[in-house]
Design a binder for this molecule. Structure first.
Ligand code: UDP
Ligand code: MG
Length: 317
């Protein structure tokens, strides 16, 4: 008898159209995994209602009364995908051996869940699901998404390429995650900071089978912006560099202005104006950069991220 207690955590926002089918498919998968001794009979499917305005919660609550396998958590108001996900994970973290997060529309292939569990059994604490092609996404979504990962990397944020929030985390990885107390959540950037042994499982991403995307462009952009500004102070450093470049240019401009002045091709007042503009511009940008460095430090301090996570402590008993 296998005893891996798997909890599936699914954030749902106005998902009445997909929920019945999602529940049916997951139920079938759990039946098969239990029969195949991959997971324990005490595994659970946990829906998190993120303040939906349709019948989502009614559906979740009747599922959870009818079947012990299903559970429901209702958030008091719409908190956003990332917060809903965290709420679910943190609620179950002390009960499960591992938890997998997945979207309600099952665009992420649930057939690879057994592979997640196998990697977990082999000793991985984090298993990332990464899509290996994006043919089902629209051209727009595909290009913006690829651009997003490239840009994040350039900005110094460590994210797993093509991985969204479809992932398995062990109980101890979840408990390490709970030590991060930041409010601006960008989970796919945080989880790699936790550390521990991890692996990637590749899958094909399907289309949403019903309902429409709850991530319009506006939300996507603000999500990307959050990701960068929550993880990187590179934009601040950029101000510094621009300031330094302008300061060097100021010297060049000063030399040029003086030459022009002594050749007598200028009007009175021009040289002093030119030199001041360039020089002040450079000085101001460098000053803003310096202030920015301090703000960057304050920002890192206020996050109160754990400075280390201990994996093992061996000692004589
Ligand atoms: N979601 C949520 N709260 C929100 C927006 C979305 O819990 O405010 C959930 C949604 O129900 C779904 C998941 O986040 O389970 C991903 O949303 P969606 O599939 O619409 O995003 P897309 O796949 O289009 O990026
Ligand atoms: Mg989706």
């Amino acid at each position: 008898m296998k005893d891996t207690k798997l909890y599936l955590v699914i954030p749902c926002y106005n998902e009445e159209e997909v929920l019945p089918e999602t529940a049916k498919r997951l139920n079938r998968l759990f039946d098969a995994m239990e029969a195949g001794d991959l997971i324990s009979g005490e595994s659970r499917i946990v829906f998190v209602d993120d303040g939906s305005r349709d019948r989502t919660w009614e559906l979740i609550s009747s599922l959870s009364t009818d079947y012990p396998r299903f559970r429901g958590i209702k958030l008091a108001k719409n908190a956003g995908h990332q917060n809903a996900l965290l709420a679910g994970l943190m609620t179950v973290k002390d009960e499960c051996d591992c938890a997998i997060s997945i979207d309600a529309d099952l665009q992420d292939d649930i057939e690879v869940i057994p592979q997640f569990i196998r990697k977990f059994d082999e000793g991985c604490d984090v298993v990332y699901g990464a899509r290996n092609d994006r043919t089902t996404d629209t051209f727009f979504k595909r290009t913006t998404a690829v651009g997003f990962y490239k840009f994040m990397k350039a900005m110094g944020v460590n994210v797993v390429f093509n991985h969204a929030d479809y992932r398995l985390m062990s109980r101890r990885a979840l408990s390490a995650l709970s030590e991060f107390s930041e409010v601006n959540l960008f989970l796919r950037g945080l989880v790699p900071l936790v550390g521990y042994k991890s692996d990637i499982v590749y899958y094909q991403r399907g289309e949403r089978f019903a309902g429409e995307s709850k991530y319009p462009l506006k939300k996507m952009l603000s999500f990307a912006f959050d990701g960068i500004t929550s993880f990187s102070i590179k934009p601040i450093r950029l101000v510094w560099s621009v300031g330094a470049v302008i300061s060097i240019l100021a010297i060049v401009a000063a030399i040029y202005t003086l030459i022009a002045k002594f050749w007598g091709v200028t009007t009175a007042g021009w040289s002093s104006l030119m030199i001041s503009i360039w020089f002040l511009g450079g000085v101001q940008l460098v000053s803003v950069g310096i202030i920015g460095e301090y703000i960057g430090k304050i920002y890192k301090e206020t996050k109160r991220r754990p400075r280390y996570i201990i994996e093992e402590y061996k000692k004589d008993e």
